[in-house]
Design a protein around this ligand. Sequence first.
Ligand code: SB7
Ligand code: NI
Length: 186
Amino acid sequence: MFLMKDIVRDGDPVLRQQAEKVSFPLSDEDRKLAHDLMEYLEVSQDPELCEKYGLRAGVGLAAPQVGVSKMMASVMVPAEDENEEPVFKDVIINPVIVSNSVQRGALTEGEGCLSVDKDIPGYVPRAARITLEYTDVDGKDHHLRLKNYPAIVCQHEIDHLHGTLFYDHIDKENPFSKTDDEVFIY
Ligand code: SB7
Ligand code: NI
């Protein structure tokens, strides 16, 4: 199981690398990685276990964040009502955003990252909606449209696979500048 000590922090070159494509069928090693990436999210989103293991809660975790430069990330976006199924939950392998909405969106609270220990305030403008393609752990291909928060989280994770961190997108002169036709999420 991954703990905070396993999470690579900003400054480590692996976070700035282009990750490698994963081949199928998955090796035992890649299958374990997929499992462990999702396990972190499940454990971190359980308040008791999160506290017990001293984790930071996360809705996503990309392989480079545990030092593995491969195109794999776990995403688990809980429903607002915690008794409901997550709005999106999967390990996304070799993900590609095949289309982006013209409309932009940003989280009102900005973003954070398990690999970035300090708070970096500012809007992180992204596409409000995306069309995503990826392969799951069983080798099944997926093609789906995501909007709002799940779309933002997937963009944050896919950025990790290309060596980009959320603060790269923040306008340095004017971190809270709004553009026209931008939706604010949450
Ligand atoms: C806010 C938080 C995340 C994504 C988008 C907005 C995920 C934070 C956890 N991670 O560092 C995952 O890469
Ligand atoms: Ni991150």
